[in-house]
Design a protein around this ligand. Structure first.
Ligand code: UDP
Ligand code: MG
Length: 328
């Protein structure tokens, strides 16, 4: 342990001691992991207690795991877990939670967009009695298109979800052991962790935290992956889309009844010679509009059924290929 951090520890009583696990997913982050481990390690050095850094390598094809392996052999706090292939960010976080043993677990991204230096701030709130302390992004250093998409998505989700999921809160958060165990024991496959975390309740607090720019490399979230995450969030926490089918059906039936009344009125009260010829355009519009609606809602229903199918298959969430370090 470094001199300065040893001095910092001297000022703390045993009562302050707390066992922390830091859970981090990484995917092709060879240019960042060393710096990441260094910064997390430094922060943990200043906090009394037994700590663990669980890094899950989500099927990287670069040298990320080799670096992690070397680091885990040097520092007994590090547990490096390699998954058998790329399972995706949310699943990698689940794997990290499964391997964490601390009284509190801090989940953070492996690209240093979430500053490890915020951990002591989260801990202060935990000590005040909060079970979940999450970062609320004050400003993002991503491009305007991505920022706008995030903003629109979080607001859409808050309208659709039957749950108050905090706006602009990501996965960067501290969770108490009881919340971690609850999240781990929820069996759903398509996980949207920030939603699950909220669902379990207890005392939760958001802390404004700036989201740094990526340390290096490119975002590992392709547009497709980001879209899938957004759909997971919406479909896992809302049945509003499927209800919209009913609403649209009611509106369509209402309109057609009104039109029938109007047609009867015209038939009985107007001179037939003054009636407009039957509207071909109106007919085509009605047919195409309603068949479009049918396809759209068949798609939405299909989306839910597909997800039910995924759940009933009961495959494991992930497969571990190797672990380096002490599994507690
Ligand atoms: N990540 C992962 N598996 C993936 C994609 C990403 O483990 O399939 C990791 C990635 O290495 C990073 C974190 O998840 O540590 C967040 O990903 P990224 O920074 O690419 O997402 P963004 O911040 O751009 O939304
Ligand atoms: Mg990132």
């Amino acid at each position: 342990m470094e001199q300065s951090s040893a001095a910092a520890l001297d000022n703390q009583s045993d009562e302050d001691a707390i066992n922390i696990s830091v859970a981090v997913p990484v995917y092709n982050e060879e240019t960042t992991v060393e710096e990441l481990l260094g910064r997390i390690g430094k922060v943990l050095d200043t906090i009394a207690g037994e700590h663990q850094i669980v890094i899950v390598d989500d099927g990287s094809t670069d040298s990320s795991f080799a670096i992690l392996e070397a680091a885990a052999k040097q520092d007994s706090r590090i547990l490096a877990v390699a998954l058998s292939r790329n399972f995706g960010h949310q699943v990698a976080i689940s794997a990290a939670l499964d391997h964490s043993c601390g009284d509190v677990v801090v989940v953070m991204d492996g690209d240093l967009q979430d500053p490890p230096e915020s951990i002591p701030l989260f801990l202060n709130e935990y000590r005040q009695g909060y079970d979940v302390v999450y970062a609320v992004r004050t400003h993002r250093k991503e491009n305007i298109v991505k920022r706008t998409c995030y903003k629109v998505f979080y607001r859409l989700l808050s309208v659709l979800a039957h749950l108050e999921i905090p706006l602009d809160a990501g996965d960067f958060a501290l969770m108490s052991r009881r919340v971690v165990d609850l999240v781990r024991n929820s069996h759903e496959r398509q996980r949207y962790l920030r939603g699950l975390r909220t669902w379990y309740g207890f005392e939760q607090k958001g802390i404004p935290t700036a989201r740094d720019a990526r340390h290096s490399g490119q975002s590992k979230y392709s547009l497709g992956k980001l879209l899938r995450l957004a759909l997971d969030g919406i479909f896992a926490f809302s049945i509003v889309p499927i209800r919209m089918a009913m609403l649209a059906g009611v509106i369509a039936v209402g309109c057609s009844l009104l039109y029938a009344l109007y047609a009867l009125y015209v038939k009985f009260y107007f001179d037939p010679s003054q009636q407009a010829p039957p509207g071909f355009t109106a007919l085509i519009l009605t047919i195409t509009f309603l068949s479009g609606m049918n396809l759209l809602f068949a798609g939405i229903i299909g989306e839910y059924i597909g997800r039910i199918y995924e759940e009933v298959k009961q495959r494991p969430h992930y497969v571990v290929k190797r672990t380096i370090g002490k599994v507690k």
